[in-house]
Ligand binder design. Structure first.
Ligand code: SF4
Length: 617
């Protein structure tokens, strides 16, 4: 048999480890990756546990294609309950950690309980140990990985937290290499368990169900990539030039989401980043190598080096505070990776503070004496360090914009730009409505990856061309984007690669050849698979008490007209929030309160799994 269907369960409270087989039937229904993560978390976790408490579980997953000859398919994922949103969390990382998890013979690691002292987990094909991490605690993510590789040798790969996770920053990341599973605060969950790292030592070997068939399909995938224009473009630029597109469209959120265009944005276009580029890097077995490293050689940030920033982080450290300093963005990105915090939430929290200061809601007595003025990037860098270390005012921002606004009071809530408590990414919802509705209905909160609307940003005419200013009419597009992203993350494939010609047909064939689950090659099964996953994630949130009122965009997006510098979209707001939800729920087969109906759960084979989901209407 290929695809080990083996999981490692580690209980840090009892200091026990056990190797288990993934329950029969679960793989056939969910295949792997995100599907298994959602189902296992739903089944194992009681409702209403404290996300930073002992009862919360954190599940690490590699997909069935990880470590194989299939390209762009070795991403890893974490599923848990989010300390930022209080709901379902799924966060994805790159580099080669997923491949190493498979090399060690595991598809998943479930971590339960809490260690009394700092600890790390060391896995090998022979077994697993829980080891003392006293000397690693307090170290940044670079030093932590260096020390663990020194201890366990070159054949070791690590996923770890930095000081941000240790100090329970609610949007702390988990870092492997210089790639991060950064959203939803998954790093804080590790920190709450006193778990510094997972280290895996293994040689390169992974089995597939049908080696000959797999080899042919992997060769076909390589051909499809080589012939894809989008692949070539991505290899050349990664996402370092996406701002050229979004700023021209008027969907580059500026001044804490007040405007859709940044003045003098050409100064931070991809061509400018390229001048500081020092090399390419990427994830395990991906010929795109889309990571672009940058080094600053002059000025106040001389010496700053980052394996990034990519588009989201370029945005997070420029437009929200009206900065056009590429150098500051590189330094801020490096700091976030070192400290282990999410760049998107960090950038939002800083911009939120700048706006509160501008409006006189806070002053120097709140900010440790620091003046916050739009355009001042040096203060942004200072604040990021304070957030990651939870120092002074930084500790308030480390709670995320929603909790920080409650703490500050004085009307601050109006300037928290989030969905379900997670800060919004780099696409302005008033000029890209389906992207916005995806944020609102995403089960993990404000995430672009949950159902990226490439139709609006890049004009992809699939499954049909759409007008980016139309609203309820495009509910089917939002659903299709969300379900298709979920299907790909069964692999776990890279979201970028879905446009390179191999998805879904070649992908489905590779899944079947890897796992022996023949249904995976069937396009109808694949479509249902994505829908099934989104429904389990929704059921998790319903059980936690989420409903229609949580499927919402921030008040600024619903009430305050967008301003651009001439791009289409001037004066736009999101008008049809309720009409959209009615249509979206109807098409999904959910109740008017956003819960899957018994009929929908039966259709998707989820009745047994979700039997303890309360009716929510
Ligand atoms: S395209 Fe980039 S992010 Fe995606 S797998 Fe390849 S190197 Fe990693």
């Amino acid at each position: 048999m290929g695809y080990e269907r083996r999981l490692l369960r580690v209980n840090l409270s009892r200091r026990t480890t056990a190797i288990e087989t993934i329950p029969p039937g679960l793989c056939e229904l969910f295949v792997g990756g995100r599907g298994l993560g959602a189902a296992m978390l739903y089944a194992a976790q009681p409702a209403h546990v404290d996300p930073l408490g002992e009862e919360n579980r954190i599940i690490f997953l590699a997909g069935p294609l990880a470590g194989t000859a299939a390209q762009s398919a070795s991403r890893w994922m974490v599923c848990t309950k989010s300390p930022l949103t209080g709901g379902y969390a799924r966060s994805v990382g790159g580099a080669d950690f997923a491949a190493w998890l498979r090399f060690a013979g595991y598809d998943s690691v479930i971590v339960e309980g809490k260690s009394e002292e700092p600890a790390y987990i060391h896995l090998t094909p022979q077994g697993c140990e829980i080891l003392d991490a006293e000397d690693l605690w307090g170290k940044d993510t670079v030093k932590t990985q260096e020390m663990l590789t020194e201890t366990h040798g070159d054949k070791t790969r690590v996923a770890c937290i930095g000081p941000g996770g240790e100090r329970l920053v609610r949007y702390a990341a988990i870092v492997s290499g210089r790639r991060t599973a950064s959203r939803c605060g998954v790093g804080a969950v590790m920190g709450s368990k006193n778990l510094k790292a997972l280290a895996i030592t293994a040689g390169r070997s992974v089995r597939v169900f049908d080696p000959e068939g797999f080899k042919k399909l992997a060769a076909e995938q390589g051909r499809l990539f080589r012939e894809s224009g989008q692949f070539k473009e991505h290899k050349e630029w990664g996402t370092t030039a996406t701002q050229n597109v979004t700023n021209s469209l008027g969907i580059f959120p500026t001044h804490n989401f007040r405007y859709g265009q940044l003045k003098d944005c050409e100064r931070i276009y991809g061509e400018e980043y390229r001048k500081l580029r020092t090399g390419d890097f990427g994830c395990y077995n991906c010929s795109a190598q889309c990571g672009k490293a940058h080094r600053v050689t002059t000025g106040p940030y001389a010496g700053a080096y980052s394996e990034g920033p990519e588009y989201e982080s370029i945005w997070a450290f420029t437009a929200p505070i009206d900065s056009i300093s590429i150098e500051a963005s590189i330094r801020a990105d490096q700091l976030c990776d070192d400290l282990g915090i999410d760049t998107i939430s960090a950038g939002n929290c800083v911009a939120f503070a700048y706006e509160l200061y501008e409006r006189g809601i806070i002053d120097r007595s709140d900010t440790d004496g620091i003046e916050l003025v739009y355009g001042d990037h040096q203060t942004m860098v200072k604040l990021i360090r304070k957030i990651g270390l939870r120092e002074g005012f930084g500790s308030i921002l480390a709670e995320g914009t929603v909790r920080a606004s409650r703490d500050i009071g004085r009307g601050a809530e109006a300037y928290a730009i989030h969905a379900k408590g997670m800060e919004l990414p780099a696409y302005e919802p008033r000029g890209a409505k389906s992207q916005g509705f995806n944020y609102a209905t995403s089960n993990i909160g404000g995430s672009h990856c949950y159902g990226y609307a490439a139709q609006e940003v890049f004009g992809v005419p699939f499954p049909r061309p759409i007008n980016r200013f139309e609203e309820a009419k495009n509910a089917d597009i939002v659903i299709g984007n969300q379900d298709s992203a979920a299907t790909g993350e069964v692999g776990i494939i890279c979201n970028f690669s879905r446009g390179w010609g191999w998805f879904p047909a070649n992908f489905g064939g590779l899944l079947a050849a890897a796992t022996g689950i023949e249904a995976s090659a069937d396009p109808v099964f694949l479509r249902k698979l994505g829908e099934r996953i989104v429904n389990v994630e929704r059921a998790f949130n319903v059980r936690e008490g989420f409903g229609r009122a949580d499927d919402r965009l921030p008040s600024r997006i619903l009430n305050e007209p967008l301003h651009t510098l001439g791009a289409p979209g001037e004066g736009e707001i999101v008008r049809e929030m309720e009409e959209f939800l009615d249509r979206y729920y109807e098409l999904r087969g959910w109740t008017g309160n956003g819960a899957p109906t018994p009929g929908k759960l039966t259709e998707l084979g989820l009745t047994e799994l979700t039997k303890n989901m309360p009716a929510k209407d």
